[in-house]
Design a protein. Sequence first.
Length: 529
Amino acid sequence: MQRSPVRMKKSETNLLLRGHSSDSDDEVDYEDALQECGYGRFHYLLLFICGWANASDAIEIICISFLLPSAECDLDLSADRKGWLSAILFVGMMIGGYVWGSLGDSIGRRNVLINAMVVNAVAGIGSSFAQEFYLFLFMRFLSGVGVGGSIPVVWTYFAEFQPSQKRGGALSFLASFWMVGNVAVAGLAWAVIPRELGWSGQDGAFQFNSWRIFVVLAAAPSLLVAIGLLFLPESPKFLLSKGKHNQAIQVLSAMYSSNTGKPSSSYPVKQLICSEVSPHIKHSRQEGGWKAVVVEALSNTAKLFTSKSLFRVTMIMIIINFSIQFGYYGLWLWFPELFSKLQTYYDDHPGESISVCEVVDSGYVSNATSSVSCADREPTKDQVFINSFIISLSAAPSNLWTILMMDKLGRKFFLCLSMVLSGGCAFLIYLVNSSTMNLILSCVFGAVSTMGFNALDCLGIELFPTSLRGTAMAITLVSARIGAILGNLVFGYLVETYCAIPILMVATLLIGGGLMSILLPNTTLKPLL
């Protein structure tokens, strides 16, 4: 097979695992081998399963916001406890992201992803049976550990099957399943939570009512994805990085057969160029067990901060991830609370015009709702679910634009544009003085944020080499979870005191992070490292 001069020059510094010289015509690099596989049925099945892995993560994260009103009395939820339930998932995600992501670079993407999805599903289903708050809180923490592991690994796993000229669009398509999860969980909540479903034991000692059934159904996609992954292979890029040349060829030939309909034996690539794997390292992996895996994971983490070429990129990605998630989750999860206060004020003072921050700063509490008991509380209104549908679907145009244009306009263009526009949206809160403007602003903020997350997901995959990719994703996502937790805490402590402070912090971090993305290398249409 003929190769480009650029790839030949690069490959001459590598060694063939089987001892062949790099002058043989049968020796091709990984990017050319992917091209020979074509693009078809295998990639569509991969997209469907990995897409639902992404959607199931969204479902698990967002389902809490739908069940809190219904679970308030059953779990004796005070305002502080609600805050802990919102934050504990991110704590679990922070821990799980690093553990699972690091293991993904040591023992494989597919196996780690399956285990993370199973933990997510089992903990999610288990939480539905919890009858008191602290057990429910612990199970949601475990669910977060599973979600945190699946997010970095699924992106790494999926990207390593994609040829460079299709990778940006494919990753954007994968990202769009987050919107699918948002829509699915809103529809599921609407269909289940308001209904009189489930049962209760004698004297109400054990309850399994509608919101608990909703929790079980929300965890089901994770379990189905884990089953689906059993029918998919390990990443050939990962196998090659571990010196498993024959297994990588087998996976690629199976992809070729699935996409083209031809027998796998006719796959033209028989030899792959790969970096040499030290026999000592291979022996230690086989003999050292889990101790060797942990040592390798810690070594990979150290490399991100000790390598001069990687340190700068790692630090920039850490700052950007922190900024975007502090802004997004800090503002996004408080949108309903802020504008609920505004709507309550207008219900009590018809005809007045006042901004949401003026209502919050005044400390206004409606007399009509301040002393409502659990028994007298009305069910969640349908308009809440309708608004959730509209806001979730608002990301569709942004997802479509990134799918079509990510490989043309580039990752840095979308990331910078998105974060600057998102920061601008934060300032628009001062202009909101109606529920309609609230809905519009929520839709705009969700739409422009989507572009940034899609671009950041691409960059997180493409900026780091295969041997460190999962670890790098895990490290940057740890900073993202810290940003999300702090964003919630800052809003929780400051928004009632002085509304302008957290909003100004969100806007500054989003705009600053967006401008910092200009410093990142360009990865558009380039082969994976």
